[in-house]
Design a protein around this ligand. Structure first.
Ligand SMILES: CC(C)(COP(=O)(O)OP(=O)(O)OC[C@H]1O[C@@H](n2cnc3c(N)ncnc32)[C@H](O)[C@@H]1OP(=O)(O)O)[C@@H](O)C(=O)NCCC(=O)NCCS
Length: 274
């Protein structure tokens, strides 16, 4: 059964009025205690400087609505306002998708990435420790970066051996990024490794969140220095995460040996934690 609720209201004299359908959908979702609300529109979703926003924390949408309403296309404003209201009313996810895309609804619900914009309440996104069952996801996620030599190839056994070092960033239980923290206890150093953000989710602060996460873990462990090796993202580590350029001498002896054997000529980056 598919119930259809028309956006109509009545006054005391029985006159009918058209009411805002976004607001009707919001009230129905609240009434049902829905975990998901999907707005089907004629636009691809919410845009930022012409680019589709794939996902956004409701707090960030609140900020836009409070301070930069003009950034939202006028025809999407009602959707944005009601999406935020729905998240605040306990609906965990609100999707805004283009109804004119063939099978768009199926793609949004059943594909990993979806097609439109997803507004989510806080608890929706998380960084969690990777488990054995995530090894394949880590390999799939980083495959492209391995091919372009941004990341070193990690065979299954090597990830499995160090699985406790890996963390996954999930959106809607879907791994979209990963990172690892390898510990050199004797030297009180840690190495941030295997940082990768799925390109569909890049430039949304996920890389920085993972670095901050690893940094705070390293501080909790009482480490004095965080290291990172990078062939192509060293300016990122410097400008966005406060690392400075180091030398291979900063690496613990065993790690330095591996570094030299690899011949990758990665730059060594260092962040002092104390
Ligand atoms: C580098 C990477 C982790 C960035 O992740 P992200 O979530 O897109 O980054 P954030 O959203 O935190 O930051 C985006 C900012 O960093 C900049 N940036 C992204 N990649 C960059 C790179 N390789 N070099 C320099 N700056 C970069 C963006 O231009 C953007 O700048 P702005 O905030 O001034 O607009 C991601 O692009 C990636 O996975 N790259 C391939 C793997 C890799 O190189 N990993 C590092 C080796 S351990």
């Amino acid at each position: 059964i598919v119930p259809v609720v028309p956006p109509l209201g009545f006054d005391g004299d029985g006159k009918t009025y058209r009411v805002n359908s976004d607001s009707v959908a919001l009230e129905v979702a609240k009434g049902l205690g829905a975990i998901k609300l999907i707005y089907i529109t004629t636009q691809d979703g919410l845009l930022k400087q012409g680019q589709l926003i794939r996902q956004m924390l409701v707090a960030d949408l609140d900020t836009i609505l409070a301070n930069h309403k003009e950034e939202v296309l006028p025809e999407m404003l009602s959707k944005a306002i009601h999406a935020a209201a729905a998240c605040h009313a306990g609906v965990q996810r609100v999707h805004i998708i283009n109804g004119r895309v063939d099978e768009g609804l199926l793609a949004e619900v059943f594909s990993n990435e979806g097609i439109g914009t997803l507004i989510y309440a806080n608890e929706y996104q998380q960084i969690r420790r990777a488990m054995k069952k995530d090894i394949r996801a880590i390999q799939m996620l980083t495959k492209k970066a391995v091919e372009t030599d941004e990341l070193v190839k990690r065979p299954r056994v090597s990830i499995e051996k160090n699985i406790g070092d890996f963390y996954i960033f999930e959106i809607d239980r879907n791994p979209v990024a990963c990172v690892a923290l390898h510990l050199y206890a004797e030297q009180k150093k840690g190495e941030l490794a295997c940082l990768y953000v799925n390109p569909l989710h890049e430039n949304q602060g996920i890389g920085r969140k993972l670095i901050q996460f690893v940094e705070s873990k390293a501080r909790e462990m009482g480490l004095s220095e965080l290291l990172a090796l990078s062939t192509q993202a060293f300016t990122y580590f410097q400008s966005k995460a406060g690392f400075t350029e180091g030398t291979p001498d900063d690496l613990p002896a065993g790690r330095r040996e591996k570094y030299e054997q690899s011949g990758r000529k990665s730059k060594v980056l260092v962040k002092k934690l104390k």
